[in-house]
Ligand binder design. Structure first.
Ligand code: UD1
Ligand code: CA
Length: 452
């Protein structure tokens, strides 16, 4: 959006969360709160989104390495955060700014667009919401309907500011840089928090006869902020029901919907089937005709059409091809790729392992750094010994091979197309195409001593 940038305030410590993690990295349905905010802003602002970092700056930067950040070394308040960002924003040539608190995880693109449309033309505008209990929110003070100020909860004095109306500041602002530039140096921290409040810009702008607009968004719970663990749980549940309702409306089949948790960045196609309790997080994609059974966690993974994820399976950064079967009790770690119709059964762990079309590893197996060809069968208890304490090595198994039960494949090693490995073997040398590899001591049957 030319000339206008978005600035996400994310430097605060989040003292009320009692956690060492920067507050904006606390998660809702598997995604950091700030990721939800960024997601709402991205379609509007694309590359023009900046983050103010401070407390735990390195962790926030590391979570979003592609985003431009401004450092607020000391967290002296939201007004101070804007002061810190202003020089960089001016240098980048912006004329207008949307400022958003990073702890508003249910923010949506449409709310931002509506607010900006109504704020257009003002020197400074803010979004407000109506709450029965204004709690710790900044109170909007109006006289005959005209905004006079935002007064923070700690500083609110009914004798001076009038009785509380229930209209509170949502923590979203739109301003012209020109208008706020002259006002920011006039912010004072002589208040009950000892902080420089962004909200004081409203009264200062009115003193200058600037155009100030309070855009009331009604009782929109989606604009509430998160300061405490109870608020985090409340907002997470609001988001969960919103997402599940949207999925149901679109035609996703959901059993035990009250215990299905789908993250804001995940996609589930109409005609996919989910059974609660289950969790689908990150940028996961569940295609039409695929199913995820109860007690599964699917994170940043793709499940193609007709694939079945059976109960108690855990998938992280995995790709499950069309018609594949996973679980029950399977663990797919990052880099697990199942081509169509592949089967991975109970107590099987895959890491950076590629299973070709129709390949099977059905019981009690670990396949790491492995390439398994089409139609190959991996017997129960097979282990790729991929790590020697220092380095990881690869195991390659060709097409239509058969690995007998309880085989240890000591990598680097390869087993050729159509090869057969005898059960209980420790394979340290390559097995050529079509050969039988076997390495175990021969069974002897000795005459049994007669019991005394
Ligand atoms: C703020 C508003 C309040 C509003 C509420 C809406 C102020 C002074 N008050 O209060 O009017 O009703 O949000 O949710 O702004 N931050 C920084 N640097 C700092 C301090 C905070 O970047 O020095 C960031 C935080 O990380 C957070 C955001 O600013 O994302 C808001 O800060 P927070 O302390 O949560 O403000 P509230 O008390 O909720
Ligand atoms: Ca807050």
């Amino acid at each position: 959006m030319s000339g206008c940038a978005a600035l996400v305030l994310a430097a605060g410590k989040g003292t009320r969360m009692h956690s060492d993690k920067p507050k904006v990295l606390q998660t809702v349905l598997g995604s950091p709160m700030i990721a939800c905010v960024l997601e709402a802003l991205r379609p509007i602002f694309e590359g023009d989104i900046w983050i103010v970092v401070g407390h735990g700056a390195e962790r926030v930067r590391a979570a979003f390495p592609e985003m431009p950040c401004v450092l607020q070394e000391q967290q002296l308040g939201t007004g101070h955060a804007l002061q810190c960002a202003l020089p960089a924003l001016k240098r980048a040539g912006y004329t207008h700014l949307l400022v958003v608190n990073g702890d508003t995880p249910l923010l949506s693109e449409s709310v931002v667009r509506d607010f900006m449309a109504q704020a257009d033309g003002a020197d400074i505008a803010f979004a407000s919401i109506e709450l029965d209990c204004p709690g710790s929110y900044g109170r909007v003070v109006r006289e005959q309907g005209q905004v006079r100020a935002i007064v923070e909860a700690k500083d609110y004095d009914p004798a001076r500011h009038g009785s509380v109306s229930g209209e509170v500041n949502a923590g979203i602002y739109y301003c012209s840089l020109c208008a706020v530039e002259g006002l920011l140096p006039r912010l004072r921290n002589t208040n009950n928090s000892g902080e420089y409040y962004i909200t004081d810009l409203i009264a200062l702008a009115l003193e200058e006869n600037s155009t100030v607009r309070g855009v009331c968004c009604g009782r929109d719970a989606n604009l509430m902020g998160v300061n405490t663990s109870a608020e985090l749980a409340h907002m997470e549940e609001l988001l969960r029901t919103r997402i599940v309702d949207e999925l149901l409306a679109s035609g996703v089949i959901i059993h035990a919907a009250q215990s299905v948790r789908v993250g804001p960045l995940a996609r589930v196609e109409p005609g996919a089937e989910l059974s609660g309790p289950c969790e689908i997080y990150g940028r996961s994609l569940i295609r039409r005709g695929a199913s995820v059974a109860s007690h599964c966690v699917v994170n940043n993974s793709h499940v193609e059409s007709g694939a079945e994820i059976r109960s108690f399976s855990y998938l992280d950064e995995a790709l499950v091809g069309a018609g594949a079967l996973v679980g029950p009790y399977a663990r797919l770690r990052p880099g697990a790729i199942l081509e169509e119709e592949a089967h991975v059964g109970n107590f099987v762990e895959l890491k950076k392992a590629h299973l070709g079309k129709g390949a099977k590893a059905n019981h009690l197996t670990y396949l790491g750094d492995a390439d398994i060809g089409e139609g190959t069968n991996i017997g129960a208890g097979t282990i790729t010994c991929n790590y020697d304490g220092r380095h990881k090595y690869k195991t390659s198994i060709g097409k239509h091979a058969f690995i007998g039960s309880n085989t240890a494949l000591v990598a680097p090693v390869s087993v050729g197309d159509g090869a057969f490995v005898g059960a209980g073997s420790v394979i340290t040398k390559d097995v050529p195409d079509g050969s039988l590899g076997i390495s175990r001591s021969r069974q002897k049957n000795l005459p049994r001593k007669k019991p005394e």
